[in-house]
Design a protein around this ligand. Structure first.
Ligand SMILES: [Zn+2]
Length: 391
């Protein structure tokens, strides 16, 4: 996660916007919360029937935007089988192995890994070998962006019936100098590797792309370089999941902070957090309009896994206003700014974790919550598999 932007400026812009956009955004958050509650009250449905035609697939990004505007999201509670199965999206959730996640986290976050260092190279290699062994075609994408040279690692699993429609799951692997970065972003990277292991064995209608981004801490350079090229080539992205710090929780009251002025734009969401005494025990899911479909599916899987989650939909109007700088601090931002769907999956970084960028003590593995992270992976796997065409 990159550093926060100028808070004072954000607050001023938020105050200016509160009268025009606040009600709309708050209403969206309210509806989401109500929809989620309604889902938990319904009888679990059997979602294990495989998709048999393209008609059963989730809609395109354009269609999603229309659907979200019409609020026709179909919410049903999800029943999770106990056994791992690649035949259904709920079955894939049970394939997550927390022990593999923790082993990768230990490898990644045992030593600082600033760009160009031996540990940075080791982690880059770990991305490539893990993707290859999981069944992906792998490329190391060397780029120059904003005067800096870096390397993204890209794994691709070509879709069978809709290969031009891409689903991304990604995390950055670089970190700043002299800090272990276990949460930022060892947790997200280890989560990506486990996600790739589970999803790599399947065959999907859509194309799955997994990416370890470089130079996120330098200003989202790896993702910006890649997404700029995607956009220029008119490539289609139907969903993009970004893991950015998924390992830290704190169940103590008032352990969760918010950006200044946040309550003006997301009043209902903030009220929900206040009802929970501002405990930092949830995963935040932050999507743009076209990323909301994936976010709401992920939210349903979180419910099924008893994972506390807070979904926020950032409207196109709010995004284009420039008032949400604090929500643009990771690799989902280039997707949003290019008009692609994007979903940030995060423990909210420095708004909860005092070890962010080693501010107060080391950002080390022993401060993290692997049970929580494993649930985040399960919920994300369910949503990603759904977007890929698995039911
Ligand atoms: Zn960071």
């Amino acid at each position: 996660m990159t550093l926060p932007r100028n808070r004072a400026l954000l607050l001023v812009v938020l105050l200016l916007l509160a009268s025009c956009d606040g009600d709309k955004s708050s209403r969206a958050a309210t509806d989401t919360a109500q929809d989620t509650q309604a889902a938990t009250d319904t009888t679990p449905a059997d979602l294990t029937a495989p998709a048999d035609s393209a008609d059963d697939l989730p809609e395109t990004a354009e269609d999603n935007a229309e659907d979200n505007a019409a609020e026709v999201q179909e919410d049903v509670a999800i029943a999770l089988p106990a056994q791992c199965s690649t035949a259904s999206a709920p079955g894939l959730v049970a394939c997550v192995q927390q022990a593999r996640y923790e082993a990768d986290l230990l490898t990644v976050a045992s030593t600082p890994r600033p760009p160009g260092s031996a540990q940075w190279q080791l982690v880059q290699d770990l991305c490539a070998t893990t993707f290859e062994q999981a069944g992906f075609s792998v490329t190391r994408e060397a780029f120059t962006y904003d005067g800096r040279d870096g390397v993204n690692v890209i794994g691709t699993l070509v879709g069978q019936s809709l290969p031009d429609e891409k689903v991304y799951v990604s995390a950055h692997y670089d970190h700043i100098t002299s800090c272990l970065g276990a949460d930022d972003n060892g947790s997200g990277l280890a989560g990506l590797l486990e996600t790739a292991r589970v999803l790599g064995g399947g065959h999907y209608d859509r194309t799955l792309v997994v990416v370890c981004w470089d130079l996120e801490e330098a200003g989202l350079l790896g993702s910006a370089a890649h997404v700029t090229a995607l956009h220029e080539a008119n490539e289609r992205v139907v969903a993009s999941f970004v893991y950015e710090m998924i390992g830290y929780t704190d169940s103590a009251p008032n352990s969760q902070a918010l950006p200044p002025g946040f309550g003006l734009l997301f009043a209902e969401a903030v009220a929900k957090l206040e009802d929970n005494q501002m405990r930092g025990d949830f995963i935040a899911l932050i999507g743009n309009t076209s990323g909301s479909d994936a976010g709401q599916t992920l939210n349903l899987y979180a419910d099924a896994l008893t994972l506390p989650a807070q979904f926020l939909a950032v409207s196109d109007a709010l995004l284009s206003s420039g008032a949400v700088g604090d929500l643009l601090r990771s690799d989902h931002a280039p997707f949003w700014l290019a008009g692609y769907p994007g979903l940030l999956i995060t423990d909210t970084a420095n708004l909860r974790n005092p070890h962010y960028h080693c501010g107060v003590g080391e950002d080390s593995i022993d401060t993290l919550d692997p049970v929580f992270a494993a649930r985040v992976l399960g919920a994300t796997l369910g949503a990603a598999a759904t977007q890929l065409g698995v039911r």
